[in-house]
Every structure is written in structure tokens, then in C-alpha cells.
Ligand binder design. Structure first.
Ligand code: HEC
Length: 171
């Protein structure tokens, strides 16, 4: 009588490396089809500069959350202010921002020329939420209210991330 305790399980025929390549191709194709974000093309240095601010926004969000958890309203104010434009946060550092490039423009001027109008309005909306968080924290609002505003601010982060992507220009 044949031994049926170990039925032969059919094995996938693809070897590891081939499977990885196939998966990579599928993922890449998936991205190309589903990425409907508007592309904003920027000089690499300006893109880096924006991404640096983005990382600060993430720190600000998480810092506000930490402040609420610790019931430390000074921290909430400090972290919310991290989302303010440099010219308000640190006027001296802003002098660097005003350096003109070979076309005679400053970074804010260069950026204003390429960023879509909707970009500016979302940025303002997000900052307004954070400024309101700072104001609430100064007035000793309760944590839940601050978290609600933080949630509102993060909805703007999400909406903008769904709308745009930043591509470095050549050269
Ligand atoms: C006005 C639009 C806009 C807003 C508002 C915005 N972001 Fe972004 N963010 C972007 C875009 C566009 C990118 C680049 C995405 C890409 O190119 O794939 C980005 C990238 C990032 C990155 C990646 C940084 C890196 O080094 O690559 C982080 C982190 C980030 N955002 C966090 C946030 C957080 C947190 C908020 C809200 C508190 C926020 N952003 C608000 C548009 C926005």
C-alpha cells in the first residue's frame, strides 16, 4: 500500500531571484498606473529644502502629540511653532533665504513661480491649524481639543501628499 501520509505538495516553479524580479516589475507597473499625483519639478536644492521642512513637520506633529501626552503645554507651543516659515521662526537664518541665485531670484521667489496655487492654500491651512494649536495650548485648552486640531492638521498633510509629488529637475 502506498504511503499517503506525505502527499507531494506542488512547489512554485519560480526560483527566488526570478520571483523577486517579477514582484519588482509588478510593483513598478502598479505605481505607474496608480500614481495620479501632480508632479512639481524643482531644482534639486529647492526640493531638498522642502523635504527638510517636511521632516520638521513630522517632528512637529509628533512633538505636539508628546506634549499632550505629557500635559506639557510649553512643549506643545514650541513644537507647533516648528511649522512656521523660517522668516518668522528665525529671522537671521532667513537672511540666507534671501541670497539671490544667478537668475537674480531668491528661493522663495523661485518657489513661488513653480508651486501650484493649491499648494500654497494647503500649506496655509496646515499652518493655521498648528497656530491654533499653539494658541489653545497657551490658553490651557484640554488635550482632547488639541488632539482634534492635530488630527485636522494631519488631514491636510494627507490631502497634499495625495495631490503632489516633487521631482528634481535635471542639471
Ligand atoms: C502643501 C503640501 C504638503 C503639505 C501641507 C505637507 N506635505 Fe509633506 N510632502 C509633500 C510632498 C509633495 C512631498 C514629497 C512627496 C514625493 O515627492 O513623493 C512631501 C514629503 C514629506 C515627507 C518625506 C520627507 C523626505 O525626506 O522625503 C514627510 C516626512 C512629510 N512630507 C511629512 C509631512 C507632514 C507630517 C505634514 C503635515 C504636518 C506634511 N508633510 C504636510 C507635500 C506636503
Amino acid at each position: 500500500m502506498p504511503d499517503t501520509r506525505h502527499p507531494r505538495i506542488p512547489r512554485p516553479r519560480l526560483k527566488g531571484a526570478a520571483a523577486t524580479v517579477l514582484l519588482a516589475l509588478l510593483l513598478q507597473a502598479g505605481t505607474a498606473w496608480s500614481d495620479t499625483r501632480q508632479e512639481i519639478i524643482l531644482p534639486p536644492a529647492d526640493r531638498d529644502h522642502l523635504l527638510e521642512h517636511m521632516r520638521e513637520f513630522l517632528q512637529a506633529s509628533n512633538g505636539v502629540l508628546r506634549g499632550v501626552l505629557d500635559e506639557d503645554m510649553d512643549k506643545v507651543v514650541e513644537m507647533a511653532r516648528l511649522t512656521l516659515p523660517m522668516r518668522i521662526r528665525d529671522p537671521e537664518a532667513h537672511d540666507v533665504e534671501l541670497t539671490r541665485d544667478h537668475t537674480g531670484r531668491t528661493r522663495p521667489e523661485r518657489m513661488q513661480a513653480v508651486m501650484p496655487p493649491h499648494w500654497g492654500s494647503m500649506m496655509r491651512q496646515m499652518r493655521q491649524e498648528f497656530m491654533q494649536i499653539a494658541e489653545d495650548a497657551r490658553q490651557g485648552a484640554d488635550g482632547t481639543r488639541i488632539l482634534q486640531r492635530l488630527h485636522g492638521a494631519q488631514e491636510v498633510c494627507i490631502a497634499c501628499h495625495e495631490a503632489f509629488r516633487l521631482t528634481p529637475s535635471e542639471g
